[in-house]
Design a protein around this ligand. Structure first.
Ligand SMILES: Cc1ncc(C[n+]2csc(CCOP(=O)(O)OP(=O)(O)O)c2C)c(N)n1
Length: 563
């Protein structure tokens, strides 16, 4: 057993947990931690705002499959992380956030840069800790990583008072974590799965509804095999994109407020819904009384508290998505579904008809760039191989609708909280977590200005992230609501001044490009994507374009506005 300071113990534990990357921002309360960190092999990325550190850790976690780690100081450093933590919590992203804290004897005294970050983040972390004794530090770190990555993943925060970090104590690595009240169920109940198999046999109009849980548990291969074997069409949430190939004939497109016509109609009409790794968010269900109300609903999820929370289900299955789908595949392997596939033909034909009725149509004229066209071209030029992060608003929906994701970890978006300013720092994290990949942030001119300062981080670390701004001079998504539901009263959604993004890119040391006409789109994209460093591409697009289809908030999802 050796004697180490709290800061040194923290470094030992980070190594033990396999951490090689941290995103952070220093301050007085964490200066000793930074001093210890400097002496390790762990890479630290100095961001320009603590919110950026947490979104970067989020993007890193999603692109790499590892736990994202952020380190910030006390007080304002800590409060600046809250949006990022809440976003990761809503999207179930594994993350550990270390915050500095004033010395234990000053806690509660309104000391300089003191804030009760444990209290503030209690409702938006999976768990959080204030370490008040250095002897508990190693075990706390071990538990935090275990909780963050196991079961339904999520962010865990550890608050570290300055004296705890400075005090010396005996250190030996803690053993296995055992938490009495926390034992996630990974293995599904086989009887429940057998019920699912028999429901598939009797169903005439089945649908699979896949969510972020499929992406997080990397169950995409199992899901694809399952859907193909049972010939069941698949739709997904925004977070579920990439869990099933967006180019497969069984793919219905996304469900919900901006879902495709065929997905929303199929779910309204289905007689069996197999929901995997979803929580039935209101953006997806619309009016819950009319959501798949002719269907038997199966819900497979690792988190028992999300089952039955918003929607009544017939067959609950608590378990890991990947393990559950693997077992379902084994069960249906022995089923003879040949006759059943014939019965399905009518359903699949109906879906094909819906597919033809209303595709995501738009007309690219000669003068003004349509935002959808930019994403179409981006998909074409990258062959669908890029990692796409998004900001929030119309840009996010167009990215979801027109970039056809084939694999998990390729669409990184703030799904649950919907944070403008997420995309650029998340792109930085994704680029670090999946080096060698092309990473593109699809942005609006509003959102990009929320964390634009992170361009400096990208340039400092030679991270070749590409930003595609769909520049409509509006807070487009809010303007769209005002157009459709407030008789075009555009209250505070128009920007009367926008910076010159090309010059801004150059000021940060990045490359800046602009396209003003449809014929410039491909040229700018090709040049920007091929550039070896960070780039901002500013696309001056149709100002009053809307995202369609659209289901008005709270309406049944079959009530779509189509144009
Ligand atoms: C931090 C934050 N503030 C406000 C909102 C509300 N909001 C949602 S979409 C949107 C407009 C986004 O505008 P822009 O980034 O320009 O993208 P566009 O919709 O035009 O593509 C706003 C203000 C939000 N989601 N996040």
């Amino acid at each position: 057993m050796s004697k180490l300071t709290g800061a040194q113990i923290l470094m030992e534990m980070l190594k033990e947990e396999g951490v090689d990357t941290i995103f952070g921002y220093p301050g007085g309360a964490v200066i000793d931690i930074y001093d210890a960190l400097q002496k390790t092999e762990i890479s630290h990325y100095l961001v320009r705002h603590e919110q950026g550190a947490v979104h970067a850790a989020d993007g890193y976690a999603r692109a790499s499959g590892k736990v994202g780690v952020a380190l910030v100081t006390s007080g304002p450093g800590a409060t600046n992380t809250v949006t990022g933590i809440a976003s990761a919590y809503m999207d179930s992203i594994p993350m550990v956030i270390f915050t500095g804290q004033v010395p234990t004897k000053l806690i509660g005294n309104d000391a300089f840069q003191e804030v009760d970050i444990v209290g503030i983040t209690r409702p938006c972390t999976k768990h959080n800790y204030l370490v008040s004794d250095v002897k508990n530090l190693a075990r706390t770190v071990k538990e935090a990583f275990h909780i963050a990555r196991s079961g339904r993943p999520g962010p865990v925060l550890i608050d570290l008072p300055k004296d705890v970090v400075n005090t010396t104590t005996n250190y030996s690595p803690p053993g296995e974590v055992r938490l009495r009240s926390y034992n996630p169920t990974y293995e599904p109940n086989i009887k429940q799965l057998k019920k699912v198999v028999s429901l598939i046999r009797t169903a005439r109009k089945p649908v699979i509804f896949s969510g972020g849980g499929v992406v997080l548990s990397k169950a995409h291969e199992e899901l694809t095999a399952f859907a193909r074997k049972a010939q069941i069409p698949v739709t997904s949430t925004l977070m579920g994109l990439g869990g099933f190939p967006g180019t497969d004939p069984l793919w219905l497109g996304m469900l919900g407020m901006h879902g495709t016509y065929r997905a929303n109609m199929a779910v309204t009409d289905c007689d069996l819904m197999i929901a995997v790794g979803v929580r039935f968010d209101d953006r997806v269900t619309g009016k819950t009384d009319e959501f798949a109300n002719n269907a038997k609903i199966v819900q497979i999820d690792i988190d028992p508290t999300s089952i039955q929370k918003n929607i009544q289900v017939s067959v609950p299955v608590v378990g890991d998505c990947k393990i559950s789908l693997k077992q379902l595949n084994e069960l249906i392997e022995n089923e003879d579904y040949a006759d059943l596939l014939e019965d399905r033909q009518e359903w699949l034909t109906q879906i094909d008809e819906w597919r033809r009725t209303t595709p995501l149509a738009y007309k690219q004229g000669e003068d003004i760039i349509k935002p959808q066209y930019v994403i179409d071209k981006l998909f074409e030029l990258t062959h669908g191989d890029a990692i796409i992060t998004t900001e929030v608003g119309q840009n996010q929906m167009w990215a979801a609708q027109y970039y056809h994701f084939r694999e998990p970890g390729r669409f990184i978006t703030s799904g649950g909280l919907g944070v403008m300013g997420f995309g650029l720092p998340a792109a930085i994290g994704a680029q670090v977590g999946a080096p060698g990949n092309l990473v593109v942030d699809v942005a609006g001119d509003g959102s990009i200005q929320m964390n634009i300062q992170e361009m400096a981080t990208a340039v400092q670390y030679n991270l070749p992230v590409k930003v595609v701004i769909l520049n409509n001079c509006f807070l487009g998504m809010v303007r769209q609501w005002q157009e459709l539901f407030y008789e075009k009263r555009y209250a505070s959604t128009q920007f009367h001044h926008t910076p010159d993004f090309v010059k801004l890119a150059e000021a940060y040391g990045a490359k800046g490009l602009r396209a003003k006409t449809p014929e410039e789109v491909e040229k700018v994209l090709s040049e920007g994507l091929a550039h070896p460093g960070a780039v901002i591409m500013d696309f001056v697009v149709e100002q009053e374009e809307c995202v369609y289809p659209m289901v008005p908030a709270g309406a049944p999802i079959k009530n779509m506005l189509l144009v």
